[in-house]
Design a protein around this ligand. Sequence first.
Ligand code: FAD
Length: 295
Amino acid sequence: MNNYDVVIVGGGFAGLSAALVLGRSRRRVLVSDTGKTRNAVAHESHGFFTRDGATPAELVRIGREQLRPYETVELCSVGVKAAKAQSKGFEIKLDDETRIACRKLLLASGVVDEMPEIEGFKELWGKSIFNCPYCHGWEVRDQPLALFGGIELAELLKGWSDDLVLCTDGATLSEDESRLLSKNNIAIREERIVRVEEKNGQLENIVFANGETLARKAIFIRPKQQQHSALAKQLGCEFSDSGTVKVDDFGQTSVPGVYAGGDMIHPMQAISFAVSRGALAAVGINRALLQEDFR
Ligand SMILES: Cc1cc2nc3c(=O)[nH]c(=O)nc-3n(C[C@H](O)[C@H](O)[C@H](O)COP(=O)(O)OP(=O)(O)OC[C@H]3O[C@@H](n4cnc5c(N)ncnc54)[C@H](O)[C@@H]3O)c2cc1C
């Protein structure tokens, strides 16, 4: 059975960042990645220092390329199916049934967004339907925007446009919420939404159940999320009420030797945060390995 210091589950932004730190720390590392980075659907990625406007695929390509000099780091496109704690470390089973062993395990498998059941929605996700104004607000600044969310999202989006309509898709807002939105010149549409229409791959209209349409350039939404992989649950890691994996400052979960980083550990999600959380977990892991060997 192949033996590694660390197996990293997920080679997105957190996983690749951790692999770089661990490779440079002379650790034998396997990065397993099924290649479904969360923002892969977006044309461009924004807000990541020195790489504003790069495509998500380009960022991943550079990240992988820069691991090449570190010959102790292996990349593998077969996913991790299961992991089991052993007396010293973990036994890992890959999707092709290969078994490997490692001393520490880093989960960097990200989250998946749940799309509402609205016709045309999935196709526009990452093109003109977005979750984060910090990532995509600038490109649609001062444009007519819709938001599928609450007061918090409305308050945030005011920083990018004054032409905002909050769509509740059938839900009713409280009087206080309606008053606050009206005070800020934010219109409300409480009708059910049946579909979104596009032209040349960009949002054109939101269509309501009563047949009326609302012309908008983009929609911002806070979708529900799930963990991309069931491994954290399978291993018995503790979760927060919001569904993220609980970790300490260096990514250690509630299960000894299992670390986690990236979107899966925090609701504040962006490439810069994922990269930082991956690097911190790598330092935590390397420190733990050094201590084990030294004492
Ligand atoms: C539409 C959209 C646009 C966005 N745009 C931006 C932007 O412009 N700028 C920005 O900073 N942020 C943006 N984000 C947020 C950004 O995508 C995330 O913060 C970032 O991808 C998190 O990195 P991560 O490494 O935690 O997870 P991910 O990048 O999602 O990587 C997780 C990886 O783990 C793999 N994986 C999962 N399970 C397994 C398994 N069992 N075995 C092996 N591999 C597995 C997945 O296939 C994936 O490759 C956007 C998000 C969305 C949804």
